[in-house]
Design a protein around this ligand. Structure first.
Ligand SMILES: Cc1ncc(COP(=O)(O)O)c(C=O)c1O
Length: 381
């Protein structure tokens, strides 16, 4: 099987598994314990925290370990909302955020917060002008993702953050779950106050993530308890997963650049190789795009049918055309770009990873041509 679903999750590096096993065997103490085993575990934690801080060019004290991207996003948005609600109850986000941002904002509406969901253009990108127009005296937070998980579109984070510097009371949160390790991120320079990462998207373990938080910024914690992670995230730290995630960051730093160039070459080849398939449209824009995602549609061809046909030929891709509850509803993100329903319902996302080879991509292109040719006679168009 050829795995082409790296946006959903990535295979952990063998070294990551190794580090986790060793940490579980040797550093099983609770980092809060005062005895030797506790101190040993705490030193692993400290080392991992400085690796993360170094990668994000922030201070170790600005790193909060969480259980993943979902928790980081919830902690950032609800944490700011409840901490700063006296200042105002208006939040700006976009129509194409991951559900762990979008649905959190929906939840906050029931706590009398007002949310502006910025529209996107046909490439899935928000505009700075729309953001400027949406800012109000009671705006406390702007939360915009870096790279979109379905289309790969990259948002103008630098411009947004630079503009928001004019409003020191408006905090800026960025969901960088899909972009970390694939695109440059400059927290300080781009004026980012809060940044979310998830270990399993860059060959680290699942169930571990980071919320980087600018110092002096307060958050109402989601989880109260033992006061770990500076009081922002209580609960005994998942030291093996934290060590594993730090290892994944180390590996990415060693290979920095080379892997991104490879991912770009693979997605470029996919784009070229599938462009002659009749009626196929590539949904991912050509520029301002993450290097690992190509989303395309063959309008009229049900995405699930094509996905399973590809699976039968040994290729694992994904479809985001259906949300989990209403199976005939097209993706909110694709519909936000103004795409026709039929095209959105047929969308397939291919996301490459560092283990994929050009030979695999050539085989995928051939398989896709064959699948589309075989399914087309059965389409009702
Ligand atoms: C953009 C984005 N944000 C957040 C998440 C959630 O991350 P996690 O799976 O670690 O909770 C995902 C996962 O698909 C994602 O793609």
């Amino acid at each position: 099987m050829i795995y082409l679903d790296n946006s959903a999750t990535t295979k952990p590096y063998p070294e990551v598994i190794d580090v986790m096993k060793k940490t579980m065997e040797n550093y099983y103490g609770n980092p809060s314990s005062l005895h030797r085993k506790g101190v040993e575990a705490e030193s692993v934690l400290k080392q991992a925290r400085s690796i993360v801080a170094n990668a994000l060019q922030c201070k170790p004290s600005e790193v909060i370990f969480t259980s993943g991207g979902t928790e980081s996003n919830n902690t950032a948005i609800k944490g700011v909302a409840f901490q700063y609600q006296e200042r105002g109850k208006h939040i700006i986000t976009s129509q194409i955020e991951h559900p762990c941002v979008y649905d959190v904002c929906k939840q906050l509406e029931s706590f009398s917060f007002e949310i502006t969901y910025l529209p996107v253009n046909q490439d899935g990108q928000v505009s700075l002008e729309d953001l400027k127009a949406a800012i109000r005296p009671d705006t406390i937070l702007v939360s915009i993702m870096h790279a979109n998980n379905e289309l790969g579109t990259v948002q103008p984070i630098n411009q947004i953050g630079t503009y928001l510097k004019l409003f020191p009371k408006i905090l800026f949160h960025v969901d960088a779950v899909q972009s970390f390790g694939k695109l440059p991120i400059r927290m300080k320079e781009w004026g980012i106050d809060l940044l979310s990462l998830s270990g399993h998207k860059f060959h680290g373990p699942r169930g571990i993530g980071v919320l980087a938080k600018r110092e002096n910024l307060l958050l109402h914690p989601l989880l109260a308890g033992g006061g770990q992670e500076g009081g922002y995230r209580s609960g005994t730290e998942n030291v093996p997963a934290i060590a594993g995630m730090a290892k994944a960051i180390r590996i990415y730093e060693e290979k920095r650049g080379k892997e991104i160039t490879k991912l770009e070459a693979l997605t470029k080849r996919i784009r070229e190789g599938i462009s002659d398939i009749p009626s196929l449209v590539i949904n991912t824009p050509e520029k301002d795009t993450a290097p690992h995602i190509v989303n395309f549609s063959v309008p009229g061809m049900k995405a699930e049918v094509l996905l399973h046909a590809l699976e039968d030929k040994g290729f694992l891709v994904s479809t985001r055309s259906a949300c989990s509850t209403k199976s005939d509803e097209p993706s909110r993100i694709l519909m936000a770009t103004g795409m026709k329903r039929e095209r959105a319902l047929s969308a397939i996302r291919v996301s490459v990873g560092v283990e994929n080879t050009l030979e695999e991509i050539e085989a995928f292109i051939t398989a896709l041509h064959e699948c589309v040719k075989n399914i087309r006679p059965y389409m009702n168009v």
